[in-house]
Ligand binder design. Structure first.
Ligand code: ADP
Ligand code: MG
Length: 322
């Protein structure tokens, strides 16, 4: 049986491993943290929760849960164009298990180190397995990539590839062997932090693809009071996903699968070279997948390469509908 530790032992294990930053005046250990943001930056705050059985299969490895809990939050900061700085962590655990915490921290802190993010506080309670992270980032005043900035005639772009995580989940639900490349995309998503930073000043609007491309692009269009036309055959797919499913499934996973944590953004046609240069600088692929049009706010029309309209089986994931 796993060794039992007290709440304070668990917090001490966390505290022993965290990295420091000069702008953390007071970190874990007091009633609250004290942070010192630079005077010429605005603070950007995001929070996301992962619940066992809802956001990840209950048997997911602790290290992968740790990685993903931070990754989904850094992805939200990336979608704003913000530079991550600090985070807090609320852990609800069915039992106090020091080995689980250590493994969880392996994943969480590996990603935190990649982005120089300091864990500055949190809460530790007993209950069903649930991990809630708040991430704090910094941004130049008026530099944020918002959802409401898309304009008619903008290109619509997406980073990386779409549908991989949903492909892994589909194999898992079907009881099939899960392709290792797809599984890594589900368990260890890459938040596009550098890409988000590079797009500030170039993109008009941006969102991270967490619920599914059409659902998330729909939010951008609704808030920008525009529509979009998307070319389904232009959506970037990995070789692993192409090998794992037929064309109809591929399209559905890419358009609505979710859990991609890629950035979907709009930019003026005149900025095509600037977008490519910005993406080259951070070694991220970006693909043009359609355009913003004057239409009912939030309306997205999807066509294949021959111009025939394609109806998605769903637009994306909704916690209270699906
Ligand atoms: P309080 O009862 O005053 O809220 P806690 O015992 O919850 O204090 O927390 C003590 C310290 O440990 C605080 O600084 C808190 O931010 C930190 N802490 C608690 N749980 C976590 C966690 N899961 N991750 C990081 N810091 C934590
Ligand atoms: Mg507390």
């Amino acid at each position: 049986m796993a060794a039992r530790a007290s709440e304070f032992d668990l917090i001490a294990r966390i505290r022993a491993r965290i990295a420091v930053r000069d702008d953390v005046m007071l970190g874990i250990g007091d009633d609250a943290a004290i942070l010192v943001p630079p005077p010429d930056r605005h603070l950007v705050v995001a929070m996301d929760t992962l619940n066992a059985g809802v956001h990840f299969p209950a048997e997911t490895a602790a290290a992968d849960i740790g990685w993903k809990a931070l990754a989904v939050n850094l992805s939200d900061l990336a979608a704003m164009g913000a530079q991550p700085a600090w985070c807090t962590l609320s852990l609800s655990l069915p039992q106090s298990d020091a080995a689980w915490i250590d493994a969880f921290l392996d994943g969480f802190l590996a990603l935190a180190a990649q982005h120089a993010v300091a864990l500055v506080g949190g809460d530790t309670t007993r209950g069903p397995l649930s991990v809630c992270v708040t991430a704090h980032g910094l941004i130049e005043p008026r530099g944020a990539l918002r959802r409401d900035g898309a304009r008619v005639d903008d290109d619509v772009w997406v980073t990386g590839t779409l549908g991989d995580a949903a492909g892994a989940l589909r194999q898992w639900r079907a009881g099939e062997a899960i392709d290792a490349t797809l599984r890594a995309r589900l368990d260890r998503p890459t938040p596009r932090v550098a890409a988000g930073r590079a797009l500030a000043g170039i993109a008009h609007a941006c969102i991270d693809v967490s619920d599914g491309l059409l659902a998330d692009l729909g939010h951008v269009c609704a808030m920008s009071r525009v529509g979009a036309e998307i070319d389904i055959d232009a959506l970037p797919a990995s070789d692993a996903l192409r090998a794992a499913c037929d064309r109809a499934t591929l399209r559905a996973l890419q358009a609505a699968g979710g859990d991609d944590y890629e950035l979907c953004f709009t930019a003026p046609k005149t900025a095509r070279l600037a977008v490519q240069a910005a993406m080259d600088c951070c070694d991220v692929a970006a693909t043009r997948i359609g355009r913003i049009v004057a239409a009912d706010a939030g309306r997205i029309v999807v066509r294949d390469a021959t111009g025939v309209e394609w109806s998605p089986p769903a637009r994306g994931y909704d916690h209270f509908v699906d």
